[in-house]
Design a protein around this ligand. Structure first.
Ligand code: FAD
Length: 408
């Protein structure tokens, strides 16, 4: 299990929070409901802290979670867990209520809860909302956290402003959480995008896929298979950074291959202009074919071909690669000729094309995955997660690295 460090981070901080709040409640509070209410609130605060930390796009944490996409899955479930804890906290607090009085403690608690419900509702149900708008709504998470901290400090029956292990822990996690949030909201966009360049070539590969070359002022040292976040400074274009795998280039020049899937990718396809300035941030991604085992199984779905094609632009005659490339319709099978050419030159590379507009979905039923094979997959989330589950069921030692083109 490659994300053991990431899971340990969640488990250890949760355990520390639980123990500190539990023992403080035991020594300071008489009523068992009041104790439980405090412990639950402490765990919720830890949930906030973890979520801000995970959202800071830290490269060490990316490795700990075995990829940014998997890190964001944990981020989502921690948010849901935190919400559940807050509901429990409200129910327990209600049992202790002796008066109907509305005071600052009630208002701050109610407000934090209400805003969090709205925010999580937007994330889970407003699927049609563009990423740009969703990202803006997500920023209210910081005020929610601050309101929650104020609420805890005002209403806790355990003194949090006096020196104790618990107060140090609460202060430290709050500080790291708030700093992470401030970095992501106010500084990441300005300080992170250090690689600058401009668009030097544009090719339309199909009715909805664009390949564009960027020439950088300073070369970027990337591993074939990695991805970056890019901002495109063209009038009328979305300003949010978008993640794309690097599909080729030597570092001084890089290519991106983008498929229309919403507003920004449509803007790129329809009206990206030569010489447009861009800024890049990265590098991310764990699809490192060069350091994988000699024997590899590759599965690409649709536009998920991009990390693989970056690697196939150069020959690797020593690596024994079995590739499955699934796409829907001839137009979607981009780079097919280039892959066929690669196969002709590299005898230990074998490709299988699956055009799902004329044949059934790719299935690995009956496929034997040996321990000496590394699996790399990239494509629609549902597809690759399904294959990953199948491989793991049939080989406990399966070493699988995959990237779903999704971060929320
Ligand atoms: C690691 C990674 C690598 C990717 N590589 C490629 C690639 O090589 N080629 C390619 O065509 N697509 C790639 N994508 C997908 C690409 O980022 C989205 O299709 C694109 O950002 C959609 O933006 P939009 O405005 O056109 O569509 P929208 O309708 O705004 O978004 C569609 C979906 O794309 C995702 N998305 C949108 N904006 C962002 C953002 N700023 N940050 C994170 N996710 C976002 C969200 O899941 C969203 O629901 C990759 C995604 C990830 C996470």
């Amino acid at each position: 299990m490659k994300n053991i460090k990431g899971i340990s981070l969640i488990v250890v901080t949760t355990l520390v929070s639980f123990l500190l709040w539990f023992f403080a409640a035991q020594s300071e509070l008489v009523d068992s409901v009041d104790r439980a209410r405090h412990v639950v609130a402490g765990l919720a605060l830890n949930g906030f802290f973890l979520n801000f930390l995970l959202a800071a796009r830290n490269k060490t944490l990316e490795k700990w979670f075995n990829g940014l996409d998997k890190l964001y899955v944990h981020h989502k479930f921690i948010a849901l867990g935190t919400l559940a804890l807050l509901f429990v906290h409200v129910v327990l607090s209600d049992q202790l209520k002796t008066t109907e009085e509305i005071n600052i403690r009630v208002v701050t608690g109610g407000l934090a809860m209400f805003l969090l419900v709205v925010l999580i509702g937007i994330t889970l149900f407003a699927k049609k909302m563009t990423y740009e708008k969703w990202r803006v709504t997500h920023r209210i998470m910081l005020p929610i956290y601050i309101i929650a901290l104020i609420h805890v400090n005002l209403s806790s029956h355990i003194p949090l402003l006096q020196f104790s292990l618990l107060s140090i822990w609460v202060g430290l996690t709050a500080l790291i959480g708030i700093m992470s949030a401030i970095y992501v909201i106010f500084f990441y966009q300005k300080s992170g995008f250090n690689y600058k360049g401009n668009v030097t070539k544009i090719t339309r590969l199909s009715p909805n896929v664009l390949e564009w070359e960027i020439t950088l002022t300073e070369p970027i040292k990337f591993l074939k298979g990695q991805f970056i976040f890019i901002k495109v400074f063209q009038k009328g274009f979305e300003t949010a950074p978008h993640p794309f795998s690097i599909s080729g280039g030597d570092g001084k020049k890089i290519t991106l291959t983008t498929k229309i899937s919403g507003d920004f990718t449509k803007q790129l396809y329809d009206s990206l202009e030569l010489n447009t300035q861009v800024a890049l941030e990265g590098l991310y991604g764990l699809m490192d074919f060069s350091h994988g085992k000699k024997k590899q199984l590759w599965v690409a779905g649709g536009i998920g071909i991009t990390p693989f094609i970056a690697y196939l632009r150069e020959d690797h005659p020593d690596q024994q690669i079995d590739m499955y490339y699934s796409y829907n319709g001839p137009d979607a099978g981009i780079y097919k000729e280039a892959i066929e050419e690669y196969q002709k030159r590299n005898k230990s590379f074998q490709v299988h094309f699956i055009d799902t507009s004329v044949e059934p979905f790719l299935s690995f039923e009956g496929y034997t995955l040996t321990d000496d094979t590394d699996v790399f997959m990239c494509g629609p989330e549902k597809m690759i997660k399904g294959y990953a589950a199948y491989f793991r069921k049939n080989n406990r030692n399966a070493n699988i690295t995959y990237e779903a083109f999704k971060l929320r």
